[in-house]
Design a protein around this ligand. Structure first.
Ligand code: DAH
Length: 332
């Protein structure tokens, strides 16, 4: 009986060593250790043996079972390692030996969109301004006519920075604070766009990211009207998307504009897509920047830049823009 078991162990070792992949390993495992295996059957015969023999055979049986289990585990982990290495090899990106003649790097699809928008507005006479990503409460909210503790602040899931008074420093939730900085920095007339990165404590999904991009627009001059805003956005629509697109404005609310509107574009297939918020700069905002609302008026708008990139290329998941997967990015 014991020599039968030893013989079985030797055969088992060969079967395990020659199992070629994880599927074969699963079969070998159930043959050697499953319900109908030699070790399971042998255990059933123990009851018929006399006591001494039962002890000796039982002990050897346990040892043989443990050895088979150990051999199976070792072979399985070796096979898993091979499978993983094979997969890594398949997905390998060789970044060191790009054919420099043909495959130069190129700008990220968000950067391309950013630069196209800049080109377009610079062509319409606008300057480009930037502001800090870490902002103070005044520029992000207060000067933009969000009263303290006003529920409009809840439109933004603000990420606060542990600096100064609690609540005084934050990652800007929109590019609108740059409007304030531009008005503080110089006299009108102002025709400026302000692209940049913004932050909100959103969970990443197909349409949200905690970091994304906006492009703000601000015009302040004498005699600026809502008609100027509508005309500018319509001109933008045709220049950026093409002559078969048009736009509309729908009433909305933002604390820093009055009246406020949402800007939608109409695609050639007749469907509408919301692209931006906009409106006439609120007199309180002008006053916060020491501009006399009796003398100056203006309009502002704020686009989601990533959304423009997505729709231009028919990409359906915002997260793709931030994964930095070379295979995805090289398509644009
Ligand atoms: N800052 C707004 C947001 O992030 C977007 C916006 C709306 C910007 C209206 C504007 C504006 O300049 O006039 O939701």
């Amino acid at each position: 009986m014991i020599s039968d078991l030893d013989q079985h162990l030797a055969e088992a070792a060969t079967a395990i060593a020659t199992a070629g992949d994880l599927d074969a390993m699963r079969t070998v495992n159930s043959e050697l250790l499953g319900k109908q295996s030699v070790v399971t059957e042998a255990r059933k015969t123990l009851g018929g043996l006399d006591e001494d023999e039962r002890k000796a055979v039982g002990q050897r049986l346990n040892e043989v079972r443990a050895e088979i289990e150990a051999l199976v585990a070792a072979r399985r982990s070796a096979l898993e390692g091979e499978a993983r290495a094979e997969q890594l090899e398949e997905e390998r990106l060789d970044l060191t030996e790009l054919d420099r003649g043909r495959r130069l790097g190129h700008r990220h699809v968000v950067t391309q969109t950013w630069e196209r928008l800049e080109d377009l507005f610079v062509g319409m006479g606008y300057t480009v301004s930037e502001g800090p990503e870490i902002e103070d409460e005044w520029h992000n909210f207060g000067a933009l006519n969000f009263p303290p503790d006003h529920p409009a602040r809840d439109m933004y899931d603000t990420l606060y920075v542990d600096h100064g008074e609690p609540g005084s420093t934050l990652l800007r939730t929109h590019t609108s604070p740059v409007q304030i900085r531009v008005m503080e920095a110089g006299e009108p007339p102002i025709y400026s766009i302000m692209p940049g990165r913004v932050f909100r404590s959103d969970t990443a999904d197909a349409t949200h990211m905690p970091v994304f991009h906006q492009i703000e627009g601000l015009v302040v001059d004498r005699g600026i009207t809502f008609g100027d805003l509508a005309g500018t956005l319509e001109a933008f629509t045709r220049a950026y998307f093409g002559g078969d697109f048009t736009s509309r404005l729908r009433p909305s609310y933002f604390p820093f504009t009055e009246p406020s509107a949402e800007f939608d574009i109409r695609r050639p297939d007749g469907t509408w897509l919301e692209l931006a918020g906009c409106g006439m700069v609120h007199p309180n905002v002008l006053a916060a920047c020491d501009l006399d609302p009796e003398e100056w008026s203006g309009f502002a708008f704020g686009f989601g830049l990533d959304r423009l990139a997505l729709m231009r290329h028919g990409i359906d998941d915002l997260r793709e823009l931030f994964r930095n997967d070379h295979r995805f990015l090289s398509q644009f």
